[in-house]
Ligand binder design. Sequence first.
Ligand SMILES: [Zn+2]
Ligand SMILES: [Zn+2]
Length: 324
Amino acid sequence: MICPIHPGKKINVICIEPHGCQKKLCSECQYYHGGDTKQYLPFQRVLNKLKLKSEEFQLYKQQLKEKFTFPDLIKQIDYQLIGVWKDLRESFQKINEGIEDQDIIYLNLMNSGLSPSEYSYSDLEILINILQTDELNNWNKSKSHYFNQSQQATLMLKSEVEKLQQFITEQFQGVLAYKKQQEYDGFLDAKSKSTKTKCQIIYTKFNEIQYKCNGEILQTIIIYDLLNKPQIIKNLDVLKHVHWKGELGNDYKKVGLWTAEWMDTKQIVSCGSYSQNGMKYGYWIEMVKDYFQEMNLLEVGEYVNNLRQGTWKYCYNFEYMYQF
Ligand SMILES: [Zn+2]
Ligand SMILES: [Zn+2]
């Protein structure tokens, strides 16, 4: 690649300093650019380094694939469910068809319109049984018994499937959320609560969602909890202006001090601590449920194991917290 600034000179190094320069430099560019030689990487070294990184990356990818077998498990569950259901469905069908076949045998014999001399010996035997014994009554009785059993089994199965369905919808809310776009009614701010505004939660990547309302993206967040549904924040003013800051622990749960800031004013509107396993504890100051900025009404009180304890007091000023 030839340098656009110095014709005839080949671009052969990359500047790795994060200072917003042109990055691709020829030997002459390099001369004018100045600085430490360590900040220049020759192209070949860049390629070698990338190759190493890529190998490392592939190795880790492979290790994870060996460690986590859930994609195979999902396939396995698929086969299990489909297989067992197919067997069952076909068996029920066979039972039903068998009963129907027997009915047809009786009906054909009785309605054939043949003269008795034309029947085979075995058919005649059945005919005589129909006429002289309880053959049909007995068959009707056992038929009703088979139907009853099949019905009971099917109802039992239906109820178990409903339980499984319920379990899946309850336990996998977050996972299921990936399939369809979530919509909910929000309101522009606490003062105009009665005016509903349609909002959407859109997955832009598997782990990134956007809260969108009237075409405007109000917030983009990375989600770490794939199993639970993303939080629904109805107060769009809060959604748009409040920005949380804090640290995540090893398992991506919130740990230590977290603060929420109203972005335009830099005012702190919520603050408190999370334990090592992501539970709120100790004194917290939080926005009231229908918070709006002009009034800045906050609540202060104590959390134990993520649950509010004792009496919570209203306050208008963040400083209030330090009176405890
Ligand atoms: Zn540079
Ligand atoms: Zn140049």
